[in-house]
Design a protein around this ligand. Structure first.
Ligand SMILES: [Zn+2]
Length: 271
């Protein structure tokens, strides 16, 4: 599942490539034909993201909402267009490029009210200028749920996924099973500011790097990480390997169906 920075990168790309121009919108596979026909040929006013949700705004009550889910992906190419291959849910053709969307969890046309309802269910997104971290803290501070679960709950914080949650907990020395209500306000403020900075880096670089300069391969002489997710991280998918700060083997467990990673020394149960 892509994390929020990937969806924000798509929003920026689509804004650049297709914004301000009439866009040909079709559904070669047919499952989005009715929605596509309502916006086909209209000018894309803007593309934006909230958490893992992407919105293409063609005008009042004409918003294409996409959620990639586990398997969804856009593939983009320069013109000219080619024959659709496989199950293309939505094809967009702009002035210079075209892109095919396959396998999304959602691709639907929404009214402005429906967009507002959907966004109302989402927590603040660290990548949005209008995000209010107080809303997230009011949920966290009233909950006995472990922070590791709260950070993945899109109604608490929108956009952070498994990598950012593990890494931000590590960077702030917070045990993943700490109940939300035991997190001090100052610690949350620091974690939020960190998420804002880390995720903005992720949008720029297109990968997740969370390791401080003193722990990079360049600084320590260790070999760079080899992982299809890319990026230098402290604990994510490093179970059993030595912590980059203290050398303790990184621990892992399953929580709510997802793998969770932490350093038992740097993230003690009682801070
Ligand atoms: Zn450690």
């Amino acid at each position: 599942m892509p994390e929020g920075h990937t969806v924000h990168r798509l929003a920026r790309l689509h804004q650049d490539r297709y914004g301000g121009s009439p866009v040909e919108v079709t559904s070669p596979q047919g499952r989005f034909s009715a929605g596509a026909s309502k916006v086909d040929g209209r000018t894309l006013c803007g593309a934006q993201a909230h958490g893992k949700h992407l919105f293409h705004v063609y005008g009042p009550d004409a918003v294409v909402h996409v959620h990639l889910g586990l398997y969804g992906a856009f593939r983009e190419h320069p013109l000219p267009v080619a024959r659709p291959q496989g199950q293309v849910r939505m094809r967009m053709v702009g002035p210079t490029h075209w892109t095919d969307l396959r396998g999304p969890a959602a691709c639907e046309l929404l009214t402005d009210d429906e967009v507002a309802t959907l966004r109302g269910r989402l927590g603040p997104d660290p990548l949005r200028a209008d995000a209010d971290p107080d809303r997230a803290f009011s949920r966290i501070s009233r909950s006995r749920t472990p922070l590791a679960a709260l950070l993945l709950d899109q109604s608490v914080v929108a956009g952070a996924g498994n990598v950012y949650r593990a890494e931000v907990l590590f960077r702030h020395g917070v045990h993943p099973m700490l109940p939300g209500r035991d997190l001090p306000r100052e610690r949350w403020d620091a974690m939020w500011a960190d998420l804002v900075a880390l995720m903005a880096d992720g949008v720029r670089a297109g990968r997740i790097d969370t390791v401080r300069p003193e722990h990079t391969p360049e600084a320590t002489g260790r070999p760079p990480r080899v992982d299809r997710h890319g990026g230098e991280v402290y604990v994510y998918r490093r179970a059993g390997l030595p912590c980059l700060v203290c050398g303790t083997p990184v621990a892992s467990t399953r929580l709510a169906g997802r793998n969770l990673y932490w350093c038992p020394t740097c993230q003690p149960e009682r801070a």
